[in-house]
Design a protein around this ligand. Sequence first.
Ligand code: GTP
Ligand code: SPV
Ligand code: MN
Length: 591
Amino acid sequence: MKFTNQKVVNWLDEWIALMQPERSVILDDSQETRDQLVSALMERGTLRALNPDLRPGSYLACSDPRDVARLESRTLICSHSEEDAGPTNNWRDPAETREMMRGFYKGSMVGRTMYVIPFSMGEVGSPFALYGIEITDSAYVALSMMTMATVGEEVLKAIDASGSFVPAVHSVGYPLAGREDIAWPCNPEDTYIVHFPETREIWSYGSGYGGNALLGKKCLALRIASVAARDDGWLAEHMLILKLTSPKNEVYYVTGAFPSACGKTNLAMLVPTRPGWKAETVGDDIAWLRRGEDGRLWAVNPEMGFFGVAPGTSVKTNPVAMATIAKNTIFTNCALTADGDIWWEGMTEEVPEGLTDWQGKPYTGDGPAAHPNARFTVSIYEAPNLAPERDGVPISAILFGGRRSTLVPLVTEARSWEHGVFLGSVMASETTAAAEGAVGRVRRDPFAMLPFCGYNMADYFGHWLSMAEEDPQALPKIYLVNWFRRGADGRFVWPGYGENVRVLSWIIDRLEGRVEGIDTPLGRIPKVKDLDVDGLELGDDAFDHLFSMNVNELKEEVESIREHYARFGDHLPKGLAAELEEFERAVHADS
Ligand code: GTP
Ligand code: SPV
Ligand code: MN
């Protein structure tokens, strides 16, 4: 395999000259290449093979304890003007940042191999695919990219023919020649994940973890794609895509935008607890949405793998995920059992004897055995419930959700597209371990895109509004969901997981006009009789705990949204300012 396109060749030459790898290899998608990467990683101590009788074809990687999650404070949007990055992104001057990064990259691959990975997000040959070439010195990243994206000769040919690709540069950093003892090379002090939206380039340095390093995922398919989507009239979103078949045999496709570690993978892999329902997974993290000729919004999952949160995953909560990761899976930062399998908090009630924690120490019960952001990397084709549709599905409903202990009801229906965009733009959630920083702090995370929007967030709100300029009736209905309300005892009131089908069932009843809702300041909630809670042990006043809105809290929410919106200045669309006024009026009318 070889590139002949001069633009690609020149680009590669330039980076080889700067980073000075000992050799460079273009990655194909063969088993042989996979095996070679695995051997190299086992030799270095990055991967260890799990017990093949218990977890065939699977490996455990334990990272440097300083490199365990996305680094939002080190993620930069380097547009020419600061305003184009908006108030929610870290902006830096592009020229200065290029200079700083070139300094880091200089000689960073001396004595090592540069992997050149032609990859496609979306089906190769589809007019909607985005191609990239990631160059990296991490075999772990190369192996993970082979699972998460389409890689290999077919992509190479498509790129070579068109010369069109997103250059994606990655190095874990510092000259490592002769340092084969470092199992997880990284360079936390100098880590930056840089995006140049105008020229559609990605430069990442210093981290080998997930979204910082697998550049097809958050960097390309969300941050760069969101800019392409703005320019070309579509949406690149942090969303799961679920196919749902009702007992009446009606098929619905639903997307859901929940912040990191707030339940996308779990809803995408839903096992309905109610008779007659069937659920299949289309995607668990990213959706690209476009208006079809029929006016409807159609969604594709541009990824080929799952990079899912491990803790909390069990046969009870997510049997589909457990089946998906039964073999051929790379685990990162999980605990190791005495018999060579993996374990994490929540997998079983009892903690197995003889665990080794994610840092390789005998587990003593002090702190978690697996890192809270421990993950599995596995092909979508390992999922037993994968929907066959890969080239676009028409969306009936969009869910927005997050972790809110109070205030936000289990489910609320937006009154219109504009109202739905308002609800998306003010979404908030308690922070999780998926990014650095404190956990459990409520922060606004519009559309679950706070860390992933590649341009001015308020302009992005405007772009969402603009989707309704034509044929708004054909667009999906929008719902706010919250599986995470807590009762007086501090526990989750709603059982969640497979039981979430009960909420989806109400949503479908609404779509079909079979039931009415009750108007509240936030939108329409179900009537008690219409939400199927048969057989659930919810305790007294559960409906109250799931749906009540405290007036004082609503008033605080109005003020807090006002502050949130004030950050956007003139960029805030007028339509959303009007929605906020309307919300405030409703809150005061209610009190
Ligand atoms: P990213 O991959 O970071 O984008 O996360 P995600 O949105 O796919 O989150 P995921 O489905 O992996 O869930 C994260 C955590 O939330 C896991 O520990 C789950 O067990 C937990 N979780 C998911 N769904 C539910 C639910 O319905 N109820 C409760 N209580 N917890 C849930
Ligand atoms: C997230 O944090 O939303 C993820 C994991 O899906 S990562 O790929 O690291 O961004
Ligand atoms: Mn995600």
